[in-house]
Design a protein around this ligand. Structure first.
Ligand code: PHE
Length: 502
């Protein structure tokens, strides 16, 4: 077996981890989550989640990747015999996510183009759902492929494929070294414009005014944990895979803190710009901030085009900057999402990177086509809801149970990362991994399950929820177990080579 690919520089690894973390979730999800869950007071559950689960699990995954130097399924198998399914599962989840994530990027790319001449017109809602998506009346009406959306999807996949095909150092690292600094510059301009617009202060007041009564609501704590998991890309196999490309000596503790804090800093910064701009729109329309605020596609493709049209000057430029920022943030996340599967199948089938990248990206592209149909937005919404409800958090829960209670390696992990890091992590980390995180995640999983059975998500028809939602999530798990079983059959004795710092 040839030697494992490696990052060229330490900054390359940290930038790639940050690039995976910073994505659509930071720009279109976080601001609204913050607003809806108590504003300033939400920072309490948020930072609690970040420091008890976010950064500790990030450290744990960096350790697993660095220690075992394999793709997620095999790193986990080496950590604990019989657990490779826990690496295949997030790999499948990432594969499903990237099929629709790429489509959202394609929409953003189209809107970059629509910025020229502000082609969305006055009724941005009608433009999005009618003219652009051609959304059908219900999920049962598929509505055929929309070729004007297939085209940008092809472009997005071509870019992602280009970088993962070229490998870790020449592809992924390079993409992040170019895209992340560029993204920061673009977002800084957008945020600066957002907070200096008339009415911005009103938006920021709505965003930040604390509502401490919300802290008593468990849903607010669930929102904090879900945001931290998705936004930091933890429990998705990404961070294990990326850390497996580190050189023997690497400052893991520092990298985990930098990644976690950079991601949170970015989303908080973005939220200021988003709500400044929302305050401006409310001001212009004589409306209330709460009637203008939204998240997801509604925020990015209905509210923002309106804001962009209303700007006093340089409208087209700000359109390109905003949608361009979405595209860049999303591309680096999409690259990380496919890399999890690529690394895993490269090892499973002993394929070359080129072959694995071609097959994984090709298959994911075909999957993306589902969301380019007239009913695409419905399918996207349902799949996204279920795969997240039963993907990330559950994998995170199982990971901490595995390390904290099954193989009982928290002390070993901490000793390992401490010997090669600038500063040492104390025993609070073990406490978080063994007690705090499993208890909170366990309670959340139960609450989520109860909620799912009580009320069908968004009132979609049951058949759609069962096939697209629960069906896709279950299929991801079944395929993972199948891969696991076939791994077990081919199980050869594994050797870890010589490990330093143990
Ligand atoms: N963290 C990314 C975002 O905020 C999404 C992502 C999730 C990427 C899981 C990789 C893995 O948009």
């Amino acid at each position: 077996m040839s030697t494992r690919e490696q990052w060229g520089t330490r900054a390359g690894f940290v930038l790639a981890a940050i690039g995976s973390a910073i994505g659509l979730g930071n720009i279109w999800r976080y601001p609204y989550v913050l607003y809806e869950n108590g504003g300033g007071s939400f920072l309490i559950p948020y930072f609690f989640a970040l420091f008890t689960a976010g950064i500790p699990i990030l450290l744990l995954e960096f350790w697993i990747g660095h220690r075992y130097r394999k793709a997620a399924p095999y790193a986990l198998r080496d950590l604990a015999r019989g657990w490779s399914w826990l690496g295949w599962w997030p790999a499948m989840v990432c594969f499903v996510i990237v099929t629709y994530y790429a489509v959202v990027l394609a929409w953003a790319l189209s809107y970059m183009y629509f910025s020229f001449g502000l082609q969305w017109g006055d009724d941005t809602k009608a433009f999005l759902y009618g003219n652009f998506l051609k959304l059908t009346d219900s999920p049962s009406v598929v509505g055929g492929l929309q070729w004007h959306i297939v085209l940008p999807v092809v472009i997005v996949w071509a870019i992602v494929f280009f970088y993962v095909y070229r490998g870790v150092r020449k592809g992924i690292e390079r993409a992040n070294k170019v895209m992340i600094p560029l993204l920061l510059v673009m977002i800084a301009i957008v945020v600066f414009r957002g907070v200096t617009l008339p009415g911005a202060v009103d938006g920021l007041n709505h965003l930040l005014t604390p509502d401490f009564s919300k802290l008593a609501n468990p849903q607010v704590w669930i929102a904090a944990y879900s945001q931290v998991f998705f936004s930091l890309s933890i429990a998705f196999g990404v961070m294990i895979t990326y850390a497996s490309y580190l050189p023997k000596r690497a400052d893991i503790n520092n990298s985990a803190f930098i990644t976690g804090l950079a991601n949170s800093g970015f989303e908080f910064f973005a939220a200021l710009g988003v709500f400044g701009a929302i305050g401006f729109l409310a001001h212009v329309q004589g409306a209330d901030v709460k009637d203008v605020a939204s998240a997801g596609p509604g925020l990015a493709f209905v509210v923002f085009p309106k804001i962009i049209s209303e700007l006093p000057a340089l409208n087209e430029l700000f359109g390109v900057l905003f949608f361009g920022a979405l595209v860049l943030a999303g591309l680096t996340s999409a690259i990380s999402l496919v890399e999890v599967s690529i690394a895993a199948v490269m090892e499973k089938f002993s394929w070359s990177r080129q072959k694995a990248a071609s097959i994984v990206c090709g298959a994911a592209f075909v999957g993306s086509l589902v969301y380019t149909t007239g009913g695409g937005l419905y399918y996207l919404d349902i799949v996204d809801h279920f795969i997240n409800a039963f993907g990330g958090l559950l994998v995170g829960l199982l990971e901490v149970i595995l390390v904290g209670w099954v193989v009982k390696k928290t002390a070993e992990a901490r000793a390992y990362t401490n010997t090669m890091s600038d500063f040492a992590i104390g025993s609070w980390w073990d406490f978080c991994v063994r007690y705090v995180t499993p208890i909170v995640l366990g309670a959340m999983t139960l609450l989520n399950l109860v909620k799912e059975f009580r009320e069908p998500y968004e009132g979609y028809p049951l058949w759609a929820l069962l096939t697209l939602g629960a069906g896709v999530a279950a299929a991801a798990l079944i395929v993972s177990v199948a891969f696991h079983l076939s791994d077990a059959r081919n199980l050869k004795p594994v050797s870890h080579g010589k490990q330093e710092g143990m």
